[in-house]
Design a protein around this ligand. Structure first.
Ligand SMILES: C[S@@+](CC[C@H](N)C(=O)[O-])C[C@H]1O[C@@H](n2cnc3c(N)ncnc32)[C@H](O)[C@@H]1O
Length: 261
């Protein structure tokens, strides 16, 4: 995860390790204590349909650590090619695979080995033949230009110090008029350095959250148009420090739909 960041004193190598450690634990120990809610209760609270959750591997749902719901705005169609950025244990990838059907294809990428192993094992056991998981970074996608109809991502881009690079890569791999449909954490006020440089809060999806206006501008600067944004008021942090930062600086979850021009 080599990247520049506007947060001068953030050690990006240390941050990458902290993020990997946290999401290794999320894959291996989904019942542990985290700053955020997880699993099926979180998924249902955010709006995922019970009937849909019943059709995918339960172990993918138990490690779900997303921040919002976007299936209702994605308008997935049979046969589409989808890329899931930071696919974790695979919950969104499996749900999307059902929506695009046997003629469609879902590729999940993640940098954390334990998440990838878990997702790959579940895909094999549950016979999800139209899903595959690849080790890769959001900042350097291993795909040719104009490969995908849709890029999805849930709770991941806030973890990336160089968001402009990520949005440039997303735009590059989308086909013309392709959609980016994501849920992520943004802020209403600029976060102070004691939060942006706290790698534990960063790994918990708070420290790296960008100001909502800057976030939207970064997307549009790369050649996409933001067509819809909604606040996911059901999403909330759990720990005292995370709750405090969230309240003070308006740290919140949004679902966002953008289209490549
Ligand atoms: C908050 S979890 C969300 C996982 C999944 N989307 C879900 O909803 O459960 C973030 C995931 O993104 C991955 N990740 C974070 N930064 C990444 C990067 N720069 N490149 C690839 N994967 C990354 C982590 O390994 C982790 O699995």
């Amino acid at each position: 995860m080599e990247s520049t960041t506007s947060t001068q004193s953030l050690n990006t190598a240390e941050l990458e390790q902290k993020v990997k450690n946290m999401y290794r634990d999320v894959a291996l120990n989904p019942n542990g204590q985290y700053h955020f809610k997880m699993g099926r209760p979180l998924a249902e609270m955010l709006g995922y349909e019970k009937e849909c959750l019943d059709l995918i591997p339960a172990a993918a749902i138990e490690s779900f650590a997303g921040v919002g719901y976007f299936c209702d705005i994605a308008n997935f169609k049979e046969g589409e090619k989808v890329l899931d950025l930071g696919s974790g244990s695979g919950m969104d990838a499996f749900i999307t695979a059902l929506k695009v059907g046997k003629t469609g294809q879902v590729t999940g990428i993640d940098m954390t080995d334990e998440q990838l192993e878990k997702a790959r094992g579940l895909a094999k056991v549950a016979n999800f033949d139209n899903v595959n998981f690849i080790k890769a970074y959001l900042e350097q996608l291993p795909f040719p230009d104009a490969t995908f109809d849709i890029v999805i991502s849930n709770g991941v881009i806030n973890l990336c110090p160089d968001k402009e690079k990520v949005f440039a890569e997303i735009t590059r791999v989308l086909k013309p008029k392709g959609r980016m449909v994501i849920a992520d954490i943004v802020t209403e006020q600029q976060l102070p350095e004691n939060i942006t440089c706290d790698s534990a809060l960063w790994a918990s999806c708070i420290g790296g959250a960008g100001h909502e206006d800057t976030y939207k501008r970064s997307i549009e600067m790369q050649g996409m148009e933001v067509l819809y944004v909604r606040n996911n008021s059901a999403y909330e942090f759990i720990s005292k420090s995370a709750k405090g930062a969230s309240k003070q600086y308006g740290v919140k979850s949004v679902s966002l739909f953008a289209e490549k021009k």
